[in-house]
Design a protein around this ligand. Structure first.
Ligand code: SF4
Ligand code: SF4
Length: 323
């Protein structure tokens, strides 16, 4: 995914608190309209929170946790109390540490963010009900139809919210909206198969074949990820495989050979997209106070990317560079 302009981002405020009761809610951190980097055609990309992986090169570290969140920066707070007056849940109170929300009361509606005159509160995700989400993304069906696009559920890891994801996919299907799921494949195989029943295209990450290296650089084992991909391929699911090309991690000849051999050995042929690593997310880590494991990783040089593509092509794979 490439950075988007602010006006292409759908403000999820309009989605909040319309639906209630039996609606299935999910936690999202962004909805980007008119994306051309998240699958075929013009797409609306919906980014779900939560991810079991901790990839060194992750571009969205603010979404590792699956809870909605608002960030409070006390150094900016002028103590006006406007947020306290406007909180519908009565969750905010003045404390020696600043204006803090009681975790058991806060509904994560984001109202306090909107009313703060000092920008001392920042929203990093929202809760949204499936019907409200579908109503919002359905507004662009004309663009989807004309471009061969649709909706892409991404993350984070969208499989972390299976009930919400499946309900949203089903409703998109009823509206005949093309549905893509951008996933690391790190989930229970039964969830993957259930999601596949309502998905038109998977964008499936293959990062590192070596299990030890995979665990080192992502924090998780890759056995389930690879077996889920094989299972999906066997099931006949449409899949584009995405490889983040990270210098010093998976761009050496041996890693590429193992990756090429594995993909070529899947039950069906799948296109491969190479996504060269860049350090665009560095600023986010600093803002969140997180250690950026990708700090010492160099960006992927063009000639190395071209060479990696050539090596994978030698396995009979159709390879593209970029998403
Ligand atoms: S997010 Fe909503 S419920 Fe939570 S403290 Fe802010 S205004 Fe109150
Ligand atoms: S509205 Fe903003 S500036 Fe005013 S008390 Fe709340 S956080 Fe502080």
């Amino acid at each position: 995914m490439k950075p988007q302009t602010a006006d292409s981002i759908l403000n999820p405020d309009a989605l909040i608190s319309k639906s209630s009761g039996s609606s299935i809610f999910g936690t999202i951190f962004s909805i980007i309209r008119f994306s051309t980097h998240d699958g075929p055609g013009i797409r609306t990309a919906v980014f779900l929170k939560g991810c079991p992986l901790r990839c060194w090169w992750c571009h969205n570290p603010e979404n590792w946790q699956d809870l909605p969140s608002e960030v409070y920066q006390p150094e900016r707070c002028i103590g006006c109390g406007v947020c306290i007056d406007n909180c519908p849940a009565g969750a905010l109170s003045a404390t020696p540490q600043g204006i803090l929300a009681a975790p058991d009361l806060c509904r994560h509606c984001g109202r306090c963010v909107d009313v703060c005159p000092a920008e001392a509160r920042e929203r990093t995700s929202w809760k949204v009900a499936v019907p409200d989400l579908i109503e919002a993304v359905g507004k662009d069906t004309l663009f989807f139809d004309q471009s061969g696009g649709g909706v892409t559920f991404s993350g984070g890891e969208p499989l972390c919210q299976p009930e919400f994801l499946i309900a949203a996919l089903k409703q998109c299907g009823e509206l005949e909206i093309h549905r893509a799921v951008d996933t690391s494949g790190c989930a229970d195989g039964r969830i993957v198969l259930n999601v596949a029943r309502h998905t038109d295209l998977f964008l499936y990450d293959v990062k590192i074949l070596d299990p030890v290296k995979h665990r080192t650089h992502t924090g998780m084992d890759n056995t389930g990820i690879l077996s889920n991909l094989r299972m999906l391929s066997e099931s006949g699911a449409a899949i584009i495989i995405r490889i983040p090309l990270v210098p010093g991690v998976n761009d050496d000849s041996e890693s590429l050979a193992r990756t090429g051999e594995f993909i070529a050995g899947l039950p069906r042929k799948h296109r491969v997209d190479l996504l060269p690593f860049h350090r665009g997310a560095r600023g986010k880590y600093a803002k969140l106070g997180l250690n950026y494991a990708g700090e010492h990783l160099p960006p992927a040089p063009a000639e190395r990317v071209a060479e990696a593509a050539r090596q994978l092509t030698n396995f009979g794979l159709a390879v593209r560079t970029g998403g």
